[in-house]
Design a protein around this ligand. Structure first.
Ligand SMILES: [Zn+2]
Length: 72
């Protein structure tokens, strides 16, 4: 799942996003990559509550859209 969010990344965010998109990480195995993504999400949870709230607000809408497709 890819999320495009409008928020102000702090230094730590920028560092982690740089790591996540580094050539080393693109070549890393799935476990390493998911660990790094989880670390970033944890950081967002604890330090950027507004981002988490934006995700939560979006989720039910996505679910409704999927259900709508399902019943078409
Ligand atoms: Zn941050």
């Amino acid at each position: 799942m890819k999320l495009y969010l409008d928020f102000e990344p702090c230094n730590e965010c920028n560092l982690m996003m740089k790591e996540l998109s580094s050539p080393e990480m693109l070549l890393a195995d799935d476990i390493t990559r998911s660990n790094e993504s989880a670390k970033f999400l944890r950081h967002l949870t604890y330090n950027h509550n507004e981002v988490v709230q934006a995700i939560m607000k979006d989720l039910p809408k996505q679910k409704r859209d999927q259900e709508f497709d399902f019943f078409k």
